[in-house]
Design a protein around this ligand. Structure first.
Ligand code: ITT
Length: 194
């Protein structure tokens, strides 16, 4: 019999963001995991990324009656006291990248982090969370045509280019999402269907 870890398996990813689905498919192919995408939507409770992911995963697993993952991401800018954090979507929809650049015109320390928290739950088990972080800098202008949302603004540490200038395969090698999804993938190998 083939070892469990060699089996191809499927996970249901609950998200309204198609870009995340594409990135997840690229990342999971290294771990023999197929992605079933369901745009179910889940209540985003007040709290940090971990609280949102834990609650969202538990909610969706119970609704769909199967194992699911959700993923909550945020941009944390040091000079802004780690804002926008949990308000990252709101800031993208209101200020947008140009608004952020304007407010940061005079800012010298442009350190920022992208964080991703994956929540994994099954109908019968407590939710588990997996954190991925990538360090970087906020660029002085938008650069690049790849990726989405904040990608043209974010220069990952060790790179002279923004995520927007890196093809998906490259971003997928070390992004916040790669790091959280990889941790989940290694955990999922041992999942026995409880
Ligand atoms: P969900 O349905 O999965 O919640 P979302 O787009 O609302 O999708 P998040 O709340 O996790 O996703 O993301 C917060 C904001 O950060 C939102 O504006 C995203 O477009 C943006 N974002 C998330 N991941 C990103 C990435 O890898 N690069 C650039 N922007 C990203």
């Amino acid at each position: 019999m083939a070892k469990q870890s060699n089996l191809r398996r499927t996970i249901t990813f609950i998200t309204g963001n198609q870009h995340k689905v594409k990135e997840a498919r690229g990342i999971f192919q290294h771990f023999s995991i197929e992605v079933e995408h369901v745009a179910l939507g889940y209540p985003e409770i007040q709290g940090n990324l971990e609280d949102v992911s834990r609650y969202g995963a538990e909610y969706a697993a119970k609704r769909l009656k199967k194992p699911v993952i959700v993923e909550d991401a945020g941009l944390f800018i040091k000079d802004w006291g780690w804002f926008p954090g949990t308000y990252t979507s709101y800031v993208q929809d209101t200020l947008g990248n140009q608004g952020i650049l304007k407010l940061m015109e005079e800012v010298q320390d442009r350190y920022a982090e992208f964080r991703s928290v994956v929540g994994f739950a099954t109908p019968k088990t407590e939710p588990e969370i997996f954190l991925g972080v990538v360090k970087g800098q906020i660029a002085h202008e938008e650069r690049g045509k790849y990726g989405f949302a904040y990608d043209p603004l974010f220069i990952p540490e060790g790179y002279g280019e923004t995520f927007g200038e890196l093809k998906r395969e490259i971003k997928n090698q070390f992004s916040h999402r790669r790091r959280s999804l990889e941790k989940f993938a290694l955990r999922y190998k041992d999942y026995r269907g409880d």
